[in-house]
Design a protein around this ligand. Structure first.
Ligand SMILES: *Cc1c(COP(=O)(O)O)cnc(C)c1O
Length: 351
């Protein structure tokens, strides 16, 4: 009786950042872009037709637009429902060996969740005290490698030289570089996919293109890798990309000017904010992402996190070993960051 319970999959799910329901919140906890998406979205809405019919399973228009934007062939691009979907398909497609895959101990917390879900053995490689990935850790035999660059939640960026060194030492497995934050000042590894047939570079519309709500991510890689991912996708769900995503995701790529303008605003705000934060006793590595990962010299991160939330300013706190005295703070508009700074100045001074 009730033995169906024995056959239920037991998994520990990923916990996304909170999406507060209350009004008037300054939301700096999930690395969303503070600026609205390009106006091309509004214009392109009228082109969304035929919702009665199934969408193009290959999302050809969108794939071609992304490929041409980045200077690749359409056979070298895979699209998915956010880069989370792209990464999950990549894990399923490429990590089928018996050896453990490697990723940093402090990194995107979805990696171990997918590894558990798909039964992939894994080993976490400790970053150093400055939260830097140690390339030598990835020289040992493994079943695959995945890391974000810049890393999340630390913001630490690896130079292309180091990325290539890790790739060179891992020619027998697939290496996935998760570039969710690459547009905020880092150098993309996409050109390395032409030189190495085992490298997959994953990017997303969610952060730099202000479209987390649309759910579009993509991978660039050698044709054979992309075909293998498509074979897995078509064995699972043919219609991952809906018609609005295909149409709107294609349209925004035409507005390069707006993309550059908003991304530069975020970079400028980040550079100013970093200087101001150091003045009031916070320390952190220079970030190349749209967030900083900071600790205060005397006030515990958890206290700041809770007090900020009461003041309707949401930042992210991870109650995990090694990082439980840090706050991950998304870079919002200059106004939002000034409000946060005023709050932090006062709160840390009265402690
Ligand atoms: C945000 C994020 C993703 C996933 O973003 P999507 O919205 O699914 O595209 C993937 N990797 C890292 C490191 C991220 O921070």
């Amino acid at each position: 009786m009730n033995s169906w319970r024995d056959n239920v999959r037991k998994v520990e799910p990923y916990t996304p950042g909170e999406q507060p329901k209350e009004e008037g919140v300054i939301k700096l906890n999930t690395n969303e872009n503070p600026y609205p998406p390009s106006d091309k979205i509004k214009e392109a809405m009228s082109e969304i037709k035929n919702l009665r019919k199934y969408p193009d399973p290959a999302a050809t228009k969108l794939v071609e637009a992304i490929a041409s934007y980045h200077g690749f062939d359409k056979e070298e691009v895979f699209v998915g429902v956010g880069s989370d979907d792209v990464l999950a398909v990549a894990f399923m497609t490429f990590f089928n060996g018996k050896k453990p895959i490697f990723f940093p101990d402090i990194t995107y917390s979805f990696y171990p969740v997918w590894a558990e879900l798909f039964g992939i053995p894994y080993e976490k490689k400790a970053v150093n005290d400055a939260f830097e990935i140690q390339k030598e850790d990835y020289y040992a035999e493994n079943g695959g490698v995945v890391f974000p660059n810049p890393n999340a939640p630390t913001g630490a960026f690896l130079s292309l030289e180091v990325v290539e060194d890790i790739i060179q030492h891992n020619q027998d497995v697939v290496v996935i570089v998760d570039e969710a934050y690459i547009d905020f000042g880092g150098d993309t590894a996409k050109e390395l996919t032409r030189k190495y047939d085992n490298v997959l570079v994953v990017q997303t519309y969610s952060k730099s293109r202000s479209l987390a709500g649309l759910r579009i991510g993509y991978a660039i890689g050698n044709k054979e890798l992309i075909k293998a991912m498509n074979d897995v996708k078509y064995s699972y769900n043919s219609y991952t990309m809906n018609e609005p995503s295909i149409v709107l995701g294609t349209a925004v790529l035409e507005d390069e000017e707006y993309f550059q303008e908003t991304r530069n605003k975020i970079i400028d705000t980040r550079e100013w904010f970093q200087i101001e934060m150091r003045k009031i006793g916070f320390s952190f590595a220079d970030s190349k992402a749209n967030f900083i990962f900071a600790t205060h010299e005397s006030v515990p991160a958890k206290e700041i996190f809770e007090a900020a939330k009461k003041a309707k300013i949401y930042v992210r706190y991870f109650d995990q070993p090694r990082i439980n005295n840090y706050l991950r703070i998304t870079i919002g508009t200059r106004d939002e960051m000034e409000t946060l700074l005023d709050f932090l100045k006062e709160f840390t001074a009265t402690k």
